[in-house]
Design a protein around this ligand. Structure first.
Ligand code: NOJ
Length: 490
């Protein structure tokens, strides 16, 4: 748990803190019984430093097959300096020096993330073959798919050249786009190998990559017909609440993915970025990846929630698949005042306490009751991150009983998304509108209108409104979206 579980010491077991393999089997069976699919995270760019491969590598000699599974290299300047200038996602050098078995300072190993997450060398056939077995282990157990963590990191440019950072830089490579250890073409060989394994299974098995890359064209490479089925869309996730930027991202995403025959995808939040209720309430409403947006001015949370609700209707009306991050259906804001001593994200320590990291979007959900742990765990047990007392009003129980709540809005939107045929079949076509209004049809019978302007706009009749993200009586207020049953008259 050096990085929220993204440091795996045994790929074929469950951490005892979460249960057992029998619990996993029961969960998969229960989910299937409810018509739900289970997709699990595959963290294959790096292992935990407690993985037996890594402890064996530490005990073995430089140049040994045990070390070859990872990137062990001699340092520069007589061994004193890291082998190159690469920077870790959490800040500081991406290399850590080891003590050799005889106790002397020795080689360095690469970790693009925390030191407890050594990178595997995917050019090694031993690594590739071992992971084939890991995929089969979980697919055989009945999981419906895999989310491929940090996919662009899995191939590195031969010779591990410098990235060209300013000497002493600790954070320049935050998104890593254009770095010699990111989005290198060799990644695609690994993805094709996995797709072939998945295709050998019956039923629908889904692969989704986490790939923060330069643009939709680079993203489309991850979802070519023999690679992954789908990929998170970070251009959409990081886009600010601005009509022109949103429209450009939507158009470019649809066009680029269509060229390779893949469906577009949409996502507003994840466990790595500030929750979008909070970011949409800031003057700069774009998202910084991996929790590096510390120091931004306080958010107007009422404004943020209005926009987040409108963004939900925008997102769920777009063609393709939508990913929701737990808690957005409750309209949860980022918890920005977690006490320092509660912070667990490695970013906090690695940044020398300058970036607080991602804990604020990971606080356990409030289910019921008036006090913490709000039904998340047994009364009297403190959840792993403290929940704000104000969340009493945001519990699932409280919101489920309120037709105007964000939870009720999501439930209604998801029900309609399933039942309105146009939302499954029809392409998106933009409707001419003011520059700061996003309006599009999905076929002749469905229209989505999102008002990003600062004035109300006429909807041409209340009777056409299927669902609205806020109060709306024939005219649509600012920062509000509506789904209409037919385009009506212009
Ligand atoms: C991406 C995950 O979403 C993030 O939480 C994690 O820190 C890194 N990959 C490293 O595994």
């Amino acid at each position: 748990m050096a990085d929220g579980g993204y440091d795996v010491s045994d790929y074929c077991d469950i951490d005892a803190r979460f249960g057992t393999l029998a619990d996993a089997d029961a969960l998969i069976a229960d989910a299937h019984g409810l018509g739900l699919r289970v997709v699990i995270d595959l963290v294959a760019n790096h292992t935990s430093s407690e993985h037996p491969w890594f402890t064996a590598a530490l005990a073995a000699a430089p140049g040994s097959p045990e070390r070859d599974r990872y990137f062990f290299r001699d340092g520069r300047s007589g061994g004193e300096e890291p082998p190159n200038d690469w920077i870790s996602a959490f800040g500081g050098s991406a290399w850590t020096r080891v003590s050799e078995p005889d106790g002397r300072p020795g080689q360095w190993y690469l970790h693009l993330f925390a030191p407890e997450q050594p990178d595997l060398d995917w050019d090694q056939s031993a690594v590739r073959e071992a992971f084939d077995a890991v995929l089969r282990f979980w697919l055989d157990r009945g999981v419906d798919g895999l989310r491929v963590d940090a996919a662009p990191a899995m191939a590195k440019q031969p010779g591990l050249p410098d990235a060209g950072h300013v000497p002493g830089a600790r954070f320049e490579s935050r998104t890593w786009v254009g770095n010699p250890h990111w989005d290198v073409d060799g990644v695609h060989d690994i993805l094709r190998r996995w797709r072939a394994i998945g295709d050998g299974y019956d039923g629908d098995r889904l692969f989704v990559t986490e790939a923060v890359v330069r643009d939709p064209e680079r993203l489309s490479r991850y979802v070519r017909p023999d690679e992954m089925h789908t990929s998170f869309n970070f251009d959409y996730l990081t886009a600010p609440w601005e009509p022109r930027r949103l429209r450009t991202v939507i158009d470019e995403s649809i066009a680029a993915l269509d060229r390779v025959g893949a469906p577009p995808t949409w996502v507003l939040s994840s466990h790595d970025e500030t929750r979008h209720v909070t970011r949409f309430g800031r003057a700069d409403s774009s998202a910084a990846t991996m929790g590096f947006d510390t120091g931004r001015p306080p958010a107007d949370l009422d404004l943020g929630l209005r926009r987040a609700r409108a963004a939900a209707l925008l997102t769920l009306a777009l063609p393709g698949s939508a990913y929701l991050y737990q808690g957005e259906e409750l309209g949860l804001p980022e918890v920005e005042d977690l006490p320092d001593e509660a912070l667990q994200d490695p970013t906090w320590e690695r940044s020398g306490h300058t970036a607080r990291g991602r804990d604020g979007c990971r606080v356990p959900l409030p289910w019921s009751g008036d006090t913490t742990p709000f039904g998340f765990t047994t009364e009297g047990i403190a959840p792993w991150l403290p929940q704000p007392t104000s969340w009493a009003a945001l519990t699932v129980a409280a919101q489920g009983a309120d037709p105007a709540s964000t939870l009720s809005l999501y439930r209604a939107a998801l029900r309609l998304r399933r039942s309105v045929p146009a939302l499954h079949a029809e392409p998106l076509s933009w409707v001419s509108s003011d520059d700061d209004v996003l309006a599009f049809d999905r076929g002749p019978a469905f229209r989505c209108v999102v008002n990003l302007s600062d004035r109300s706009i006429d909807l041409g009749g209340q009777d056409r409104v299927l669902l609205a993200s806020g109060p709306c009586s024939g005219s649509l207020p600012p920062d509000t979206a509506a789904w209409l049953s037919s385009p009506g008259e212009e």
